[in-house]
Design a protein around this ligand. Structure first.
Ligand code: PEP
Ligand code: MN
Length: 337
C-alpha cells in the first residue's frame, strides 16, 4: 500500500501516524521524502487496513494498493531514481553513464593491470574481472580465485578504479572485503540463500538477469536483497536465451525502459554476454545508451585471441576507446533531449 501525504506535514504527525500503523498491523513502513511530497510505502499484511479510513485523514493526499509483488524495488515506493554512490565518489544511476570495463577473467598481474590502465585512460569508471568463474564445463578454466582477487586489488591500487567481481558462494565472502561492487551472475540470479546473505551487507550488488528469467523475476530477486536491508542494487540486462542462434543470447533492449518504468534501481547493460561477438559490442552499447541505460559492463582484453574465457566477445582497449567516445556522445544527447 502506498500512502502519499499532503505537502508540509509536521514530522510529529507523520511519526505518530507510522506508529499507529505499525502497532495495529503487521507492516513495515518505508518513508520516502521528496521535495514536493512524502510517500509512505507499507510492506507486509495490509489486508486489514481500510483504505477509506486512511484516505479520510486530513494529512493524506491519496492511497493506492500496490499489486506488484516487489515493493522496495518498486518505483511507486521510491519515485526518484536511485543513485548509488561509492565511498570514492563514483556513481551509478542519475545522469552520467557508468562504464564498467575489464576482462572476463583475471589471468595475470600484467593482463589485469594493463587492461585497467588502458580502460581508465578511455574513461572507464569501474574495473571488472572475474576471479570465481561460473563455467558450463567443470573442465574449463574456473578463474584464479583468491589470487585473482589479490590481482584486482593491485589493479585498483594502481588505477584507483573500484572493482566489480562475481561471487558464487557465501563461503568466499571473507575474500571479498575490498570488492567495491559484488556481482551476482546470471546463473545465480535465483540463488535465494545467496541473495539473502548479500542483503545483510551494506555494499552495492550488481544483479544480472538470469538466462531464462522474466523482468518480474529479476525484480523479485532484487527484492530478496533489499528485504534484508541492502538497498544498493544495480540491475543488469545481459541477454536472454531465445530461439535465435546468430548471437550467444538475445539482448532484451526493451528491458531497460521497462525496468526503469517499474523500478527506481539503476540498470546497466552487458552487450558482451548478450551477443557473444566482438563486432556487435559497439552497436549494442550505443543502443543501450540510447534507451537510457545507466551504465555498461563490457569485456575488454589486451589479447582477445588468447583469452582464457570469452575471447570471442572481448574487445581490445583500442576498440573500447572508440566505443567509450561514441556512447558518451549518445548518452549526452539523450540527456539533452
Ligand atoms: C560475467 O560477467 O563474467 C558472467 C559470467 O556473466 P553472466 O553471469 O551474465 O553470464
Ligand atoms: Mn564473460
Amino acid at each position: 500500500m502506498i500512502i502519499v501525504l499532503k505537502p508540509n506535514q509536521k514530522q510529529e504527525t507523520i511519526k505518530e501516524f507510522i506508529q499507529r500503523l505499525t502497532s495495529q498491523y503487521e507492516v513495515q513502513v518505508n518513508t520516502w521524502v521528496g521535495t514536493h511530497s512524502t510517500v509512505l510505502g507499507l510492506i507486509g499484511d495490509t489486508t486489514g487496513i481500510d483504505s477509506e479510513y486512511v484516505a479520510a485523514q486530513d494529512f493524506v493526499e491519496s492511497v493506492k494498493r500496490v499489486q506488484e509483488p516487489y515493493k522496495k524495488a518498486n518505483r511507486k515506493f521510491h519515485p526518484d531514481d536511485t543513485v548509488i554512490t561509492l565511498p570514492g565518489g563514483q556513481t551509478i544511476g542519475g545522469s552520467s553513464l557508468a562504464l564498467i570495463a575489464g576482462p572476463c577473467s583475471v589471468e595475470s598481474e600484467e593482463q589485469i593491470c594493463q587492461v585497467a590502465q588502458r580502460v581508465k585512460a578511455s574513461g572507464a569508471t569501474f574495473l571488472r574481472g572475474g576471479a570465481f568463474k561460473p563455467r558450463t564445463s567443470p573442465y574449463a578454466f574456473q578463474g584464479m580465485k583468491a589470487e585473482g582477487l589479490e590481482l584486482l586489488r593491485e589493479a585498483k591500487k594502481l588505477t584507483g578504479l573500484p572493482i566489480v567481481t562475481e561471487i558464487m558462494s557465501m563461503e568466499h565472502i571473507g575474500l571479498f572485503e575490498d570488492v567495491d561492487i559484488i556481482q551476482v551472475g546470471a546463473r545465480n540470479m535465483q540463488n535465494f540463500e545467496l541473495l539473502k546473505q548479500l542483503g545483510k551487507l551494506r555494499r552495492p550488488i550488481l544483479l544480472k538477469r538470469g538466462l531464462a528469467n522474466t523482468i518480474e523475476e529479476l525484480l523479485m530477486s532484487a527484492e530478496y536483497i533489499m528485504a534484508e536491508g541492502n538497498e544498493q542494487v544495480i540491475l543488469c540486462e545481459r541477454g536472454i536465451r531465445t530461439y535465435e542462434t546468430m548471437t550467444r543470447n538475445t539482448l532484451d533492449i526493451s528491458a531497460v525502459p521497462v525496468i526503469k518504468r517499474l523500478s527506481h534501481l539503476p540498470v546497466v547493460v552487458d552487450p558482451s554476454h548478450a551477443s557473444g561477438v566482438n563486432w556487435l559490442i559497439e552497436p549494442l552499447a550505443v543502443a543501450a545508451a540510447a534507451v537510457g541505460a545507466d551504465g555498461l559492463i563490457i569485456e575488454v582484453h589486451n589479447d582477445p585471441s588468447h583469452a582464457l574465457c570469452d575471447g570471442a566477445q572481448s574487445i581490445t582497449p583500442d576498440q573500447f576507446d572508440s566505443l567509450a567516445k561514441k556512447v558518451r556522445k549518445v548518452s549526452q544527447t539523450v540527456c539533452e533531449l
